[in-house]
Write a new protein. Structure first.
Ligand code: AMP
Length: 277
C-alpha cells in the first residue's frame, strides 16, 4: 500500500514509522519512465521508497513555466501505486509558509554557469527544496537522474560541503525509442518540434562515437551544432565542471541545452577521453 501525505508534520510522522533503509526520490511529478527508473533503483537498494512530488516555485524564474508546468497528481499516484511506500505531495504553502523563505541555501559559482547562467537563482531554489526534503525524510540514500547533470553535481556538492548524512545514487538517462531524453516538458513539443529535438540526442551520439579521442569529441560537438537554437554545447571535466581542451584526458561530460519552439531541452553524456599524441 502506498501512503500519501501532504504536510511536513505528516511526513515526519510517517517517516518515523519506517524501519530499515530509506531511499528518497525527489520529483516534480508528471511522472514518466525516466522517473520510474529512479523509483525502481530505489526499490533495489532500500527497504522503503519515498517519492516526493512538488513543483517548487523557488526554482522557477519570472517568465518561466511554473504556472503551466504539467501537474497530474492522480495519474502520478496511480503510477506509483505499489512502486513507492510513501508519497509526499505538499502544496506550496505546506513547504513555504513564508515565501520567499527567510532563510535559503545559496550555491557557489557553479550555480551561475550553464543552466545557472540562463536560469539565475534556479539552483539555489533546487538546493533549498532538496535540503528541506532531506531534512524531512532523513533518507539513507537519495536518487537523482544523470539527465540533470549540473543539478546532480550541485547536489553532490551540497551533500559533501554541508556534511549531509546520506549518500547519493545517480541513474542513467532514460530515453524514448527515437533517442530523445525523457522529460516532463516533452509534452510541450509539437510533432514537428519533437523531430527537431532529436538533434540533441544526435549530438550526444556523435560525441560518444568520437570518443575516446579528445580532439575528435570536441570536433564532433562543434560539427553537430547546426539545426538548433543552442543555449550551450559544453565539454567539461566531469570532476570540476571546467571546460576542457584537446590536451584533456579523463572523464568528460558533454552537456548540451537547446530551445525548441518555446521549450528548453537538456541532454548529456559521460565519455572517457584520451588526448591524442
Ligand atoms: P523532475 O521531475 O524533472 O524534477 O525530475 C526528477 C528526477 O528525475 C531528477 O533527479 C531528474 O534528473 C530525474 N529524471 C528526469 N528525467 C529523467 C530521465 N529521462 N532519465 C533519468 N532521470 C530522469
Amino acid at each position: 500500500m502506498t501512503k500519501v501525505v501532504t504536510t511536513p508534520d505528516e511526513l515526519r510522522a510517517a517517516r518515523a514509522e519506517l524501519t530499515g533503509k530509506v531511499a528518497l526520490v525527489p520529483t516534480m511529478g508528471a511522472l514518466h519512465d525516466g522517473h520510474m527508473t529512479l523509483v525502481r533503483r530505489a526499490r533495489e537498494i532500500a527497504d522503503n521508497v519515498i517519492v516526493s512530488i512538488f513543483v517548487n516555485p523557488l526554482q522557477f524564474g519570472p517568465g518561466e513555466d511554473f504556472e503551466r508546468y504539467p501537474r497530474d497528481l492522480e495519474a502520478d499516484l496511480a503510477t506509483l501505486a505499489g512502486a513507492a511506500d510513501l508519497v509526499f505531495a505538499p502544496e506550496v504553502a505546506d513547504m513555504y509558509p513564508v515565501l520567499p523563505p527567510r532563510v535559503s541555501v545559496t550555491c557557489g559559482e557553479i550555480a551561475t554557469l550553464f543552466e545557472g547562467a540562463i536560469r539565475p537563482g534556479h539552483f539555489d531554489g533546487v538546493a533549498t527544496v532538496v535540503t528541506k526534503l532531506f531534512t524531512l525524510t532523513a533518507p539513507d540514500v537519495a536518487i537523482f537522474g544523470q539527465k540533470d547533470a549540473q543539478q546532480l553535481f550541485i547536489i553532490r556538492s551540497l551533500v559533501e560541503d554541508l556534511n549531509l548524512p546520506l549518500t547519493l545514487e545517480a541513474v542513467p538517462i532514460a530515453r524514448a525509442d527515437d533517442g530523445l531524453a525523457l522529460s516532463s516538458r516533452n509534452i510541450y513539443l509539437s510533432a514537428e518540434e519533437r523531430k527537431a529535438a532529436l538533434a540533441l540526442s544526435r549530438l550526444v551520439r556523435a560525441a560518444e562515437a568520437a570518443a575516446p579521442n579528445t580532439a575528435a569529441v570536441l570536433r564532433a560537438v562543434a560539427d553537430n551544432r547546426a539545426d538548433l537554437d543552442w543555449d550551450y554545447t559544453a565539454v567539461l571535466d566531469h570532476r570540476t565542471f571546467a571546460q576542457i581542451d584537446e590536451s584533456f584526458s579523463g572523464e568528460a561530460l558533454v552537456m548540451i541545452a537547446a530551445r525548441v519552439g518555446g521549450t528548453r531541452l537538456l541532454d548529456n553524456t559521460i565519455v572517457h577521453l584520451r588526448a591524442g599524441e
